[in-house]
Design a protein around this ligand. Structure first.
Ligand code: 2P0
Length: 333
């Protein structure tokens, strides 16, 4: 049985940065994101008795299934799948992203959402969207949001077993079609500190963590309401400030986590300048140096022209609200 799925990256407007349970991947706080339409992972899964061991390749490179990175992510995920399924055969998985991996562009979110959708079909698990979101979450937290389309909220939940920690849709991809995120890629290099290790260190050492949690309910309320009312200013302002609060957590982690580079700061300054000149746009930045500019469709040409004045940006990608994880007929092998 061979199945393939595609899932797009999602970018948080209210961020997830810290777990309360490492094994079950349960977050400290709820988060809200937009699923993009074009930065995706494509994954093919096949289980068959012809395989005498599990095989995994990412972006054309075979990954050692005995490595710590594999064990912690895909290996752990497959153990959960095998508990849910009667099928114990070995599996071959091949996954490719159409954008740089581990560079702060939510590649693990897209990857695990695609793997979840493909596995659900290949192993005939019969999971509904909520269950898919719970399974994807255990691969990588932010992946639970890429199951759905459009604007999505991952509810923190309160139960110890994680059964109430999953993503739900706030509005579908067609609800606010003018909403845009412009990805400014400042480097395609992999980051040095993975999100998983970084956020654990933040929770353990940042004196600002309590302030972060205290402010989160208000940010969630504003972004949720802003999306429903299509209030661009409310969403943009809140998202930008939430991003800066998350980066202040990173900066105050011991030792500090600094994901930005010089181009990150140049783009931030450009956005502030554009706003001062009456062009409404905001920024958000994840665990990497890339800047995502939040804006409306009508302002895209002006913003792109201005940002292109900054030399050194490697790529600019424009995205709008996109689809959730889906099965496709095209297989990678
Ligand atoms: C987010 N990030 O909300 C935040 C903002 C990065 C910065 O979710 O350990 O790769 O696999 O659950 O999901 C990145 O964290 O971490 C992330 P794990 P994940 O999008």
């Amino acid at each position: 049985m061979k199945t393939s799925a595609i899932a797009d990256a999602n970018i948080a407007l209210v961020k997830y940065w810290g777990k309360r349970d490492q094994t079950l991947v349960l977050p400290q706080n709820s988060s809200i994101s937009m699923v993009t339409d074009g930065l995706y992972a494509h994954t093919t899964v096949e289980f068959d008795s012809k395989y005498n061991r599990d095989i995994f390749s990412l972006n054309g490179k075979n990954i050692d299934t005995k490595s710590k990175g594999y064990e912690e992510y895909v290996g752990k995920f497959l153990k959960i799948v095998r508990k849910l399924s009667a099928n114990k055969k070995h599996v071959r998985i091949q996954s490719s992203n159409n954008f740089p991996t581990a560079a702060g562009l939510a590649s693990s979110a897209a990857g695990f959402a695609a793997l979840t959708a493909a596995t659900n079909k290949a192993f005939a698990l019969g999971l509904n969207k909520r269950e898919l979101s719970i399974l994807a979450r255990q691969g990588s937290g932010s992946a639970c949001r890429s199951i759905h389309s459009g604007f999505v909220e991952w509810r923190r939940g309160g139960k110890m077993d994680g059964s109430d920690s999953y993503a739900e849709q706030i509005a579908d991809a067609k609800y606010w079609p003018e909403f845009r995120m412009i990805f400014c890629i400042t480097t395609k290099k992999e980051k040095k500190i993975k999100s998983r290790a970084g956020m654990a260190q933040t929770v353990a050492t940042s004196a600002m963590y309590k302030c972060w949690l205290d402010a989160i309910v208000e940010d969630l309320k504003n972004v949720r309401q802003g999306i429903i009312q299509k209030s661009f200013s409310l969403v943009g302002k809140t998202a930008e400030h939430n991003c800066l609060k998350m980066h202040s957590l990173m900066l105050t982690t011991k030792p500090p986590i600094i994901y930005w580079n010089e181009f990150t700061i140049r783009i931030i300054n450009k956005i502030i300048e554009l706003r001062e000149n009456g062009l409404e746009c905001y920024f958000t930045i994840d665990a990497g140096p890339q800047v995502k500019i939040i804006c409306l469709e009508s302002n895209i040409p002006k913003i792109v022209r201005k940002v292109q004045e900054i030399t050194g940006i490697e790529d600019i990608i424009i995205t709008k609200p996109g689809q959730g994880a889906r099965i496709v007929n095209k297989h990678l092998f």
